[in-house]
Design a protein around this ligand. Structure first.
Ligand code: UN1
Length: 502
């Protein structure tokens, strides 16, 4: 940090292929959560007027983009993936500076963006439909995917490259055009991403970027009748509000919301492996993943030993700025996140035994950031508040149980259903768990994080509304199915009526 900080650069909106100032002239700052004196940049506080222009640009670009053969659209995605790979280190460093995750994880985040760009680029040559026999002679039957129209994409800060790419890539390869609103905690990452998209050759108007607040920009996207599909990742409360409003307009909506992900450790588990998996998924990204492990459901015979090992390893984790490669755990994203963690830790002190942590990070290098010590509570009841609510920070609850059945009941007794994991050496138990977890993602002998981009990502229950990201399931969010029948019999054939048995 220089003594007299240099003036932070100002960034602009991207509408119809041009970088422009917002109508209001207002800006907001994005700051480094590891050192809030470090202003990353000033960003346009977008308004409904900016959103309207962006939607118009997306609408104008739609006919030509839809008419572009999907493999050609895919080629632009390939170029974009290659550009991200070329700029991986720059993007990763910008990410760590803007939202705090440690550099190794920031590189992983960018890699996840590259992976989905290449996966979806390939969809340009697949995008499979069905060709099936007709029940009538001399008749052809098939189904094809077509774009929905203008997609509104609203993304969080915790995976500021990967999650936008999860949404932008399938939306664009299938022929939709996009208005993209990133979190106000990660507008710089979004800007860098859109710069590369522009360089890759997405035509003007296919991708439009509007930074700004949820109440102004997000609402204007959700309410506009010309936005046909919305994909949102964020809190359950915001998701519910969007669902109500999108529902009134019968808009397609994909929601990716909260999680309260459990690791079950049975008495026959490899405890060393379990500790590795738990630490990585509980305190990686400072606990700020939808997939983060926030509950360990520990079989009683191994519970004390597990807690002792977790305590020792957690105390050894280095807290600090993520750009320092020796650091294990970076800051929380902002002051509100620290306040929320503090509120839950206060509740946790009544609901469980504080094992380690339970306080803000202090000491040299931590004075100007949003640091909180990795925290563990033991002896927590399954229905305790800290075992039920998504805290989105480095707070882990250990819930003791007796045996598999009790463990599974506790694991499933939450309103969320994103990710779950079990540590056991018994193959029969592992298969039972694969069947029994009420979650969209299940891990055996691994933590709860680390989903790969070519399988569906998403959750059951309050985690979402039944849609999936990533994998080929992502195409379902952004396409309409069209069933096509071609009758070449030369006469009227009536399905279900003219196909009598015999
Ligand atoms: C998220 O936290 O919203 O499986 C996404 C994982 C990552 C993605 C997490 N690949 O943890």
């Amino acid at each position: 940090m220089p003594e007299a900080p240099v003036e932070a650069p100002t960034f602009r909106l991207f509408i119809a292929g041009r970088w422009v100032d917002g109508v209001s002239g207002e800006t907001f700052d994005s700051v480094n959560p590891a050192d809030i004196r470090d202003v990353v940049g000033r960003f346009q506080a977008g308004t409904a007027a900016d959103v309207a222009m962006a939607i118009r640009a997306a609408d104008d670009a739609l006919p030509a983009w839809k008419a572009t053969p999907a493999p050609k659209r895919g080629e632009i995605l390939y170029r974009f993936g290659a550009l991200m790979a070329e700029h991986k280190e720059r993007l990763a460093r910008a990410m760590t500076r803007e939202m705090g995750k440690v550099l190794a994880e920031a590189r992983g985040d960018v890699q996840e963006g590259i992976d989905i760009a290449f996966l979806m680029a390939g969809e340009g040559r697949r995008m499979f439909g069905d060709t099936v026999p007709s029940e009538l002679p001399d008749k052809w039957a098939m189904s094809i995917r077509q774009p929905i129209g203008v997609a509104g994409i609203v993304t969080p800060w915790n995976f500021p490259i990967a999650i936008p790419c999860w949404k932008l890539m399938p939306a664009l390869v299938t022929g939709n055009t996009v208005v993209f609103k990133p979190s106000s905690d990660s507008p710089h990452c979004a800007t860098l991403l859109v710069e590369l998209m522009d360089e890759a050759g997405f035509p003007p108007g296919t991708i439009n970027l509007i930074t700004g607040g949820g109440a102004e920009v997000g609402d204007a996207i959700v309410e506009n009748p010309d936005v046909n599909v919305i994909s949102f990742t964020g809190s359950s409360a915001t998701g519910r509000g969007i669902a109500e409003r999108a529902g009134r307009r019968l808009k397609r909506l994909s929601l990716e919301l909260g999680g309260k992900n459990a690791v079950v450790v049975l008495r026959d588990a490899d405890l060393d492996l379990a500790v590795d998996g738990i630490l990585w998924s509980a305190f990686g990204t400072t606990g700020q993943r939808c997939t983060a492990c926030s509950r360990v459901i520990a079989d009683r015979p191994v519970a004390d030993e597990l807690v002792a090992r977790l305590e020792a390893r957690t105390r050894a984790l280095r807290l600090g700025p993520g750009l320092d490669e020796a650091v294990d755990v970076g800051p929380l994203v902002n002051a509100a996140a620290v306040d929320k963690v503090e509120r839950y830790v206060a509740i946790g002190r009544r609901e469980g035994d504080l094992v380690t942590g339970g306080e803000r990070g202090s000491g040299v290098g931590l004075e100007h950031g949003h640091f909180y010590r990795p925290t563990i509570f033991a002896g927590v009841a399954p229905m305790a508040t800290i075992a039920q609510d998504e805290i989105f920070g480095p707070v882990l609850s250990v819930v003791p149980v007796d045996g598999y059945d009790e463990a599974m009941t506790a694991a499933n007794q939450v309103r969320y259903g994103l990710s779950a994991s079990i540590f056991t050496r018994d193959v029969t138990t592992a298969f039972r768990a694969m069947r029994d977890f009420e979650t969209g993602i299940v891990y055996v002998n691994a933590g709860t994080t680390g989903a790969e981009t070519h399988l569906p990502f998403g959750g059951w229950k309050d985690t979402g509304n039944g849609h999936r990201e990533a994998g080929h399931a992502a195409l379902d969010t952004f396409t309409e199915w069209k069933a096509v029948y071609v009758d070449y019999s030369g006469r009227l054939q009536r399905a279900q009526i003219d196909n009598q048995p015999g």
